[in-house]
Design a protein around this ligand. Structure first.
Ligand SMILES: O=P(O)(O)OC[C@H]1O[C@H](O)[C@H](O)[C@@H](O)[C@@H]1O
Length: 529
């Protein structure tokens, strides 16, 4: 790890306020040049994508997230207008909410509840956490989230909102408009509004594809507003369309600066010369570290509390984009790179032990933020030393400790946490993921593997209904999982039936009672009558 190697490989861009250090990835000298042909092809694929090609062939869709921060790039005037009009509509709506010109019947909106999942929650959550109360400013509205169909999770958030529910703006976000978890969160919230005597339509907003199920509900019920989500923006790259911009703007975050940061990064990551393109450098490092096959995991360690959710956000962006069974030619490749991490130095007191001494199946990406806090000065926690000095000390120390043990790392340094720097980081990783996908020949923009679990869940729900009906019809007769499976003529699903029965018996509302017997598999279940 010589200074010379560092000097020769360090990428730094004063205009962006961002640097990238790949010197602790000990790739051989000829690696970068050897990758040039593949990289140039990746650039060509990227240029075609930005030009409006069908870059997502399976779904026959364009991939347009780069247009969101520079509408001029969109391939048709209609798309350009859609982007600029939506941005304007978000700003107008937000300004009116802030002024109280758009308000709940009970008064000014004070809270925002975002209901969404996956790409319709992770970006908004990252941004809300990273940029809330920034520079000491108070948020204009407080934002909370439903990002699951966990009833207790919803109760927790609703309890927090308490009587402020009457001044809560609810944003239901779903690109497809048919995601079950989001629909359930919406229905539960509507029920709570109803119970409180509130008209939900006056406080609900939808962000969804035009004509989707959610859109139809919003239209039929006359919701307060609707914002579009387009088929050419993927869920995991939707932070900079209405999905992410609307909640962020309402919170009081400067969305123009996020967009400007992303646009500036986009410009840089379009450069065809590798040394001037941090996304290309990143993608090549992933390729080298993982043999282009995902053989090592990506540990993302930001040394900044506000970036805590970045690794969670990247988990979807990287793993849903790159985790693919087939390549573009249809060969089975089982690609992907696993991503995990929280933040330093906190993680040093958790799993860094294994990183240093355990199985060497990862590479780390450190994210360093130079500016410690809003105030210029910090108190000294030891003579001449601040808490921020310690944060940097732990980062540099851990990095060295890992290097010593042949654990490789990349470091990204930004000047500060700001809408601009976060916009840049999002754009940097979006581009790196796209380039990497080309390097390994896969479609980064579909997610065929997600459907199997959804379908299976649907069949479990259908089974649950059959089980409940069978118990009811039997009027209190006791069944074991096995006898019920026989009764339903589905012996091959006995395990599933057992799991559903256990869940029913644990929830008194289902009116199923369990009698514990020995062995446990002789326990019985019956409808309570
Ligand atoms: O926005 P939605 O259509 O509700 O989708 C939410 C999420 O669910 C899906 O299962 C996809 O795998 C994700 O890419 C998506 O972000």
């Amino acid at each position: 790890m010589t200074w010379d190697r560092f000097k020769s490989l360090y990428y730094t861009n004063a205009r962006l306020g961002l640097s990238l250090d790949i010197s602790r990835m000990p790739f051989p000298e000829d690696f970068l040049t050897g990758m040039q042909p593949k990289l140039q092809q990746a650039f060509a694929d990227m240029a075609a994508l930005e030009g409006g090609a069908i870059a997502n062939p399976d779904e026959k869709r364009m991939v347009g997230h780069y247009w969101l921060r520079n509408a001029e790039l969109a391939p048709t005037p209609e798309l350009r207008t859609a982007i600029t009009d939506t941005l304007e509509a978000i700003k107008v709506f937000t300004a009116k909410v802030h002024k109280g010109e758009i308000a709940a019947p009970a008064g000014k909106f004070k809270e925002v509840l975002v209901i969404g999942i996956g790409g319709s929650a992770l970006g908004p959550q990252l941004v809300s956490h990273a940029l809330g109360r920034i520079k000491g400013n108070r948020d204009k509205l407080r934002v909370s989230f439903f990002d699951n169909t966990d009833p207790d999770g919803m109760d927790y958030v609703l309890k927090e909102l308490g009587s402020r529910l009457k001044q809560t703006l609810v944003i239901v976000i779903s690109k497809s408009g048919g995601t079950a978890e989001t629909r359930n969160g919406m229905l539960e919230t509507q029920a709570v509004f109803k119970a409180a005597g509130l008209d939900h339509a006056k406080q609900f907003v939808a962000v969804t594809g035009e004509g989707s199920k959610l859109d139809q509900v919003a239209v039929a019920e006359g919701w307060l507003a609707r914002f579009p989500m387009w088929d050419w923006v993927g869920g995991r790259t939707s932070e900079l369309c209405a999905v992410g911009l609307l909640p962020a703007a309402l919170q009081g975050i400067k969305i123009d600066q996020m967009l400007a940061g992303a646009a500036a990064m986009d410009e840089v990551t379009r450069k065809k010369s590798l040394r001037d393109n941090p996304a290309a450098l990143l993608a090549l490092m992933w390729y080298w570290a993982t043999d282009g096959k995902g053989t090592k995991d990506m540990v993302v360690l930001p040394y900044k509390d506000r970036f805590l959710l970045f690794s969670r956000y990247l988990q979807q962006l990287v793993m849903e984009s790159l985790g693919k069974e087939l390549d573009l030619a249809g060969n089975v490749v089982n690609q992907g790179i696993a991503v995990y991490g929280n933040k330093g130095s906190t993680d040093q007191h958790a799993y860094v032990q294994q990183l240093r001494e355990g199985v060497n199946n990862f590479f780390v990406t450190f994210i360093e933020v130079l500016k410690d806090r809003v105030a210029d000065d910090s108190m000294e926690v030891e003579p001449g030393v601040t808490s921020g000095d310690f944060l940097q000390g732990f980062f540099l120390g851990t990095r060295d400790a890992l290097s010593e043990k042949n654990r490789h790392s990349i470091t990204i340094t930004v000047n500060e946490v700001s809408p601009r720097s976060l916009g840049q980081l999002i754009a940097l990783y979006e581009r790196a993921v796209g380039l990497y996908a080309s390097l390994v020949g896969i479609n980064a923009y579909h997610q065929p593997g997600v459907e199997a679990g959804k379908k299976a869940a649907g069949s479990v729900i259908a089974l649950k209904l059959k089980i409940a009906a069978a118990l009811q019809a039997a009027q209190g007769r006791e069944f074991t999982a096995e006898t019920l499976a026989a009764q339903l003529n589905q012996p091959e699903r006995t395990e599933l039936i057992f799991k559903v029965l256990e869940h029913l018996a644990a929830n008194p509302g289902s009116k199923v009672v369990k009698t514990v017997r020995k062995p446990w598999s002789d326990s019985t279940y019956a409808a309570k009558i």
